[in-house]
Design a protein around this ligand. Structure first.
Ligand code: NDP
Ligand code: GDR
Length: 360
């Protein structure tokens, strides 16, 4: 009998799915991924690890599927008989979740239930371990809910501030409930923001690094952003998929916060990105802290030494309810998982800007 481990990843075409697939292949797993049918190819992030399906030993296989379709989820899990499932598939954009709240509930909330139920119905509770992609958005940035050290940890109360957060909180609790009710090895990774050169283009870090590169190369005039005064605990996706794997290798199923413990203003990320292309931005205005609250499209924000304005605020990007500050306490993951991030923010920004400069 083969001892090769088999993993199934939903969301394999996304940022995290692609890094996780690489990691598991390196570790000798047979990796299966669920991808959605699209009108054109959507596998750019995983094309480099694709294997010709006609080879004798194929360790990487994609299956068409969707988290909204129970029958399809059951069929794929029955066919793959995975040792580990990583449920990373989601409509993952917080701002967009306000535009399609019902869809996000179906995919991010009920989609998690569909995975858990499929494993239970198929009698795989003892065999299959499940990782659920939970998120720091569950905390909602409520200041009073931080621990005594000023961080969010595994015991901090939740207060989601978006349809995305509300859907993910269902995913969190149903995972915990199936663990307790059916003795399943099902765990939540409560991951804080993590980025990379493969980050989707509409998330703020990638939007900033792409625009920085385009402006530096004379291909774009100005970058329009929303709230520059929120703060995020940013890590590198490569480090975070390593934590996902470690969570499923433990003796007991538990939930873990994965974070760096350092938080940074969005506006400081902008300044760091432009510094990577040798540009010092100067702030135009009286009170930098207050600026995003009052700025409109016509307010110049950050300018070059020449006086040319390159960053402006467009309230279109504001959210109806915002998560102002996130900072995670990685103590448990450090002590129990032996996990430690390899990248700091400066290295992350550098890698993202360098990668985006190559686009132009
Ligand atoms: P991405 O948006 O890059 O990837 C999301 C993946 O989910 C894509 O492969 C997408 O497919 C797939 N997907 C979307 N809708 C469906 C659906 N209906 N059925 C099946 N698959 C679907 O997200 P990330 O890689 O950044 O994040 C991975 C997971 O981790 C997500 O669940 C996210 O919510 C969560 N998370 C992310 C954090 C981060 O900072 N990156 C932090 C905490 C949690 P397609 O390519 O076809 O669109
Ligand atoms: P977030 O990431 O909402 O934290 O969710 P995002 O990068 O979208 O926003 C971070 C902060 O930046 C502010 N912001 C802008 N955001 C975007 N997207 N575009 C802008 O132009 C802009 N200007 C300012 C936002 O208001 C916000 O405060 C991410 C996702 O990956 C989720 O799936 C994941 O669960 C959480 O991180 C943890």
């Amino acid at each position: 009998m083969s001892t090769q481990k088999v993993a199934l990843i939903t969301g394999i075409t996304g940022q995290d799915g692609s890094y996780l697939a690489e990691l598991l292949l390196e570790k000798g797993y047979q990796v299966h991924g669920v991808k959605r049918r699209a009108s054109s190819f959507n596998t750019q992030r995983i094309d480099h690890i694709y294997q010709d399906q006609h080879e004798v030993h194929v360790n990487f296989k994609l299956h068409y599927g969707d988290l909204t379709d129970s029958t399809n989820i059951i069929r794929i899990i029955q066919e793959v008989q995975p040792d580990e499932i990583y449920n990373l598939g989601a409509m993952s954009h917080v701002k967009v979740s306000f535009d399609s709240p019902e869809y996000v509930a179906n995919v991010d909330g009920i989609g998690t239930l569909r995975i858990l139920e499929a494993v239970r119905i198929l009698g795989l509770c003892d065999k299959t371990r499940i990782y659920q992609a939970s998120t720091s958005e569950l905390y909602g940035g409520m200041a009073e809910n931080k621990n005594e050290r000023g961080f969010y940890d595994e015991n901090s109360p939740f207060y989601p501030r978006s349809p995305y957060g509300a859907a993910k909180i269902y995913g969190f609790w149903i995972t915990k409930n199936y663990r307790e009710a059916y003795n399943m090895f099902a765990c939540n990774g409560i991951l804080f923001n993590h980025e990379s050169p493969r980050r989707g283009e509409t998330f703020v870090t990638r939007k900033i690094t792409m625009a920085t590169a385009a402006i530096a190369k004379g291909k774009q005039e100005c970058l329009y952003l929303g709230n520059l005064n929120s703060q995020r605990d940013w890590g590198h996706a490569k480090d975070y998929v390593e934590a996902m794997w470690r969570i499923l290798q433990q003796d007991t199923p538990e939930d873990y916060v994965i974070a760096t413990g350092v938080t940074t203003y969005i506006r400081d990320f902008v300044i760091m990105a432009f510094a990577e292309v040798g540009v010092t931005l100067t702030f135009e205005g009286e009170n930098e802290n207050e600026v995003a609250k009052v700025a409109s499209c016509n307010n110049p924000l950050y300018q070059l030494e020449t006086g040319k304005v390159v960053v402006r605020v467009d309230p279109e990007y504001y959210r109806p309810t915002e998560v102002d500050l996130l900072i995670g306490d990685p103590t448990k993951s450090k002590t129990k998982l032996g996990w430690k991030p390899q990248y700091d923010l400066a290295a992350l920004v550098k890698e993202m800007v360098e990668s985006d400069l190559k686009l132009y």
